[in-house]
Design a protein around this ligand. Structure first.
Ligand SMILES: NC(=O)c1ccc[n+]([C@@H]2O[C@H](COP(=O)([O-])OP(=O)(O)OC[C@H]3O[C@@H](n4cnc5c(N)ncnc54)[C@H](OP(=O)(O)O)[C@@H]3O)[C@@H](O)[C@H]2O)c1
Length: 295
């Protein structure tokens, strides 16, 4: 069976490709463009997959506040089109969503059936995308993920290490809580979901959360990155923790973004490994990469 991944350059698409499975085909723009329905139809027709993982999205959370049309086109309308294509051909669709569908007001971790209430254009576009996918394609799994990092593409670890090349101190919010998630672990979990979902008789469609298991805040995560980097003689900076109220951004973010992944464990047996092992690997690869780039 072939698993078609929409996306090639992004962090999750690269991690799915790096899983090394011969049955995974990653296709990015321009061949598969979420804003071009004909391109999606062509690629699905060519690859004839059993399952599709949509790893592509408009992910510029702050820019989305002033680029709503582009954001909705990629995060709502494109996935809706993909879902119609998959439904018409009996293809399983795994669509990726985000913790940012929640407002963060809950005291504990969020379960998949908790009520969403996005604070931002990006969050609303992803929620609308979830709903469009579920409506158009009954054979779909919507998987919310959060705080994804790795050695691939752009992410918080790369940003911190890059900033530390030129700064002694970085300012990071210390009151946003989440479960950091190592992207190759996430990719392995998604492939396990796909393998189960294509089996005859599978019926557990719906929304799942898939995230790391140990909560932290952004400032402490930055400290953990620099602690690893220091052990490898990589870039290091002091972390100045500040409350979100003192660090205004165009898009509002939930203070409590923790996603509870128990349903994914009960249904698919997926238990995400400790994210700190993934952090060690990410920092090692990125420190080497940055050193090489510096010459
Ligand atoms: N990273 C996180 O912490 C995080 C947290 C919560 C949820 N998520 C969700 O996880 C999924 C994967 O995110 P990621 O971290 O891999 O993001 P990423 O690294 O920003 O990659 C997103 C990819 O989407 C592609 N893309 C954007 N617009 C597109 C379009 N119109 N058609 C086709 N491709 C398009 C981009 O392609 P180009 O390279 O061609 O620009 C990019 O490669 C997304 O659904 C995201 O919303 C991520």
């Amino acid at each position: 069976m072939t698993i078609l991944v929409i996306g090639r350059q992004g962090q999750l698409a690269q991690s799915l490709a790096a899983a090394g499975r011969a049955d995974v085909v990653c296709v990015g723009r321009p061949e598969a463009d979420l804003t071009d329905a004909a391109s999606l139809a062509r690629v699905v027709e060519r690859v004839q997959p059993k399952a599709v993982i949509n790893a592509a999205a408009y992910t510029f959370v702050d820019k989305a506040e002033s680029e709503a049309a582009a954001c909705y086109a990629a995060n709502r309308d494109g996935p809706a089109e993909l879902a119609r294509l998959c439904a018409a051909r009996g293809i399983v669709l795994i669509h990726i969503s985000t913790d940012m569908v929640f407002d963060g007001e809950k005291a504990g971790p969020y379960h998949p059936d908790d009520l969403p209430a996005p604070l931002s254009v990006y969050g609303q576009s992803k929620l609308d995308g979830e709903r469009a996918v579920a409506q158009a394609c009954p054979h779909s799994l919507i998987v919310r993920v959060q705080w994804v990092f790795s050695e691939h593409a752009g992410n918080f670890v790369r940003t911190m290490l890059t900033l530390a090349q030129t700064r002694d101190e970085v300012t990071v919010v210390n009151d946003q809580l989440g479960y950091p998630t190592y992207c190759p672990d996430l990719a392995a979990g998604l492939l396990k979901m796909a393998d189960s979902a294509v089996q005859p008789g599978f019926a557990k469609w719906g929304i799942y959360h898939l995230a790391g298991t140990e909560a932290t805040d952004r400032a402490r995560m930055a400290e953990a990155i620099f602690a690893e980097s220091a052990m490898m003689d990589g870039p290091v900076a002091r972390v100045k923790g500040v409350p979100t109220a003192d660090y205004p951004t165009p898009a509002k973010r939930p203070l409590n973004a923790r996603l509870e992944s128990l349903k994914a464990f009960d249904t698919f047996g997926i238990r995400m490994p400790d994210w700190r092992a993934g952090l060690k690997r990410s920092v090692r690869v990125l420190v080497n990469e940055l050193a090489k780039a510096e010459g």
